[in-house]
Design a binder for this molecule. Structure first.
Ligand SMILES: [Zn+2]
Length: 483
């Protein structure tokens, strides 16, 4: 019964979305309009603590059942209904600013929680994603939450960029845009230097309070001297978050290269815990640089002085984007364009700013058409997509299909034979089987986790542009750093 579903959802909005009592009738009438329902009868049903996903599912299935909404429109209607029950962006921003004065963490905590309650952040689905930490410290998660595009109309509108509105999927004009099912998106403004930016959470985040900081202007991703200041501006505002920028090149960067943005959130990723293997200094600076004990090639610039951290980071960035060692396949630029880029990511600690610079190359070869410093082909069955900023920091997001496929491999391991339809997993099977026959599912699961963490470690080694810490230190010494 649709009126009962409406009444319960209105009650929910009063309890959790700050819907004022004064606006209750108006909100209900908005829902009737969105659902295409004429008339209303009080059902007597009340909100009784059900999760929002359940209330929304009840409403939408009633609306579909009564022929008011088509299956194709279901998802977008659900989004529109929740958007109508939420505070408008100005009120969200006012509340955020008020809390920020008390504590930045309280402000982000509230916005995240509000986004979960509005069903914008799909927390329930995210919590259902398998996730574990391997003995090597790498975090592995299987992303079952992110749905495939089912509604062809939405897929078309969501993917069109050329001449479209908004220009891309992260432009601020998405806030409340129904055609991309962004009625529940709320963003908050921030200023870095003299640039206007904004923050929004990711509906399908990969770690605690995962979000993006986005330039208000739709300009291409880039990393330059200013970027280091922008990143430090961000952690000055939100010292409990880390923030990083993908390498602005295809194959090794993010999926939205057309629009300047950073990624961050409330978790300390494995890279931040890596120890310094070779510490180096630079004359005239109190800030220092350290080659990290890490699987990829990563350098940490540490210091309390923003200008120093930015200056040393820029020396390293400039050095890397022009570094040439053809014998090792390190070619900064050729007829295809630039191949070298730095992916910076910063966190504030008791040592000041810790700016991590991950050196990347997107060059390809005949042997490695997907990238020389990309996951090599024997690992593509586990991970073929580009190794972006989050993975380069030690948090791997593996495709959802693996849950079922690896379940089959585990069964095969216990049975002692790999069926031919799982031949793609021969490497995984052989490496685990070599450690001895498995007795039960728990043992197979534990072995499988370590195998995945080990493969992720080898993938990161594939991305390393310098084979050893000593080689990385040699590169830094050529730039003027010394022990
Ligand atoms: Zn854009």
């Amino acid at each position: 019964m649709i009126f009962s579903a409406i009444d319960r959802l209105i009650g929910y909005a009063e309890a959790h979305l700050a819907l004022p009592a004064r606006d209750k009738i108006y909100a209900r009438n908005t829902l009737l309009m969105l659902l295409g329902a004429a008339g209303y009868e009080r059902s007597g049903a009340e909100y009784a603590g059900e999760p929002v996903s359940e209330l929304l599912a009840d409403l939408i299935s009633s609306a579909v059942g009564e022929g008011l909404v088509s299956e194709e429109e279901a998802e977008r209607t659900a989004d529109a209904v929740m958007g109508a029950l939420m505070l408008p962006p100005s009120a969200v921003e006012a509340k955020f600013s008020e809390l920020y004065e008390r504590s930045p963490a309280a402000a982000t905590e509230w916005l995240y929680d509000y986004s979960v309650k509005a069903d914008y952040v799909k927390k329930q689905k995210l919590d259902a994603n398998p996730r574990f930490t391997g003995k090597n410290g790498l975090i592995v998660t299987v992303n079952k939450a992110k749905p495939e595009f089912r509604d062809p109309k939405r897929a078309v509108s969501g993917n069109s960029v050329k001449g479209g509105y908004p220009k891309c999927s992260i432009c601020r004009e998405n806030e409340g845009y129904h055609a991309r099912a962004k009625r529940t998106l709320r963003t908050v403004s921030m200023t870095f230097g003299d640039e206007k930016w904004f923050w929004q959470f990711s509906p399908y985040g990969y770690f605690r309070q995962h979000g993006i900081a986005v330039n208000e202007r739709h300009i291409p991703m880039h990393v330059d001297a200013e970027t280091f200041y922008r990143l430090m501006d961000f952690v000055d505002c939100f010292p409990h978050y880390f923030i990083g920028c993908n390498a602005p090149l295809p194959r090794i960067g993010g999926s939205v290269l057309a629009h300047d943005h950073f990624q961050g959130g409330g978790e300390r990723l494995p890279l931040f815990h890596a120890s310094v293997k070779i510490g180096l200094h630079y004359d005239g600076y109190t800030a220092s640089a350290g080659v990290l004990d890490w699987f990829g090639t990563a350098i940490r610039v540490t210091g309390e002085d923003r200008a120093e951290v930015a200056a040393l980071s820029e020396i390293i960035r400039k050095g890397w984007v022009s570094y040439r060692d053809e014998a090792r396949g390190l070619i900064p630029e050729d007829s295809e364009g630039a191949h070298h880029a730095v992916s910076p990511t910063v966190v504030k600690t008791e040592n000041g700013y810790e700016m991590h610079l991950i050196l990347r190359s997107n060059i390809t070869s005949e042997q490695y058409p997907d990238g020389v410093f990309h996951a090599h082909p024997e690992f593509h069955i586990i991970k073929k997509e580009s190794i972006g900023l989050i993975e380069a920091q030690g948090l791997f997001i593996l495709p959802g299909r693996l849950e079922q496929q690896l379940g089959e491999v585990k069964k095969a391991l216990i049975a002692g034979m790999l069926p031919s339809e799982l031949a793609d997993f021969q490497l995984v099977y052989d490496e685990i089987a070599a450690k001895g026959r498995l007795r039960d599912d728990a043992e197979a699961e534990a072995m499988m986790r370590e195998e995945l963490a080990s493969i992720c470690e080898r993938i990161l080694q594939n991305t390393a542009v310098f084979a050893t810490a000593e080689d990385t230190a040699k590169f830094l010494k050529e730039l003027g750093f010394h022990a």
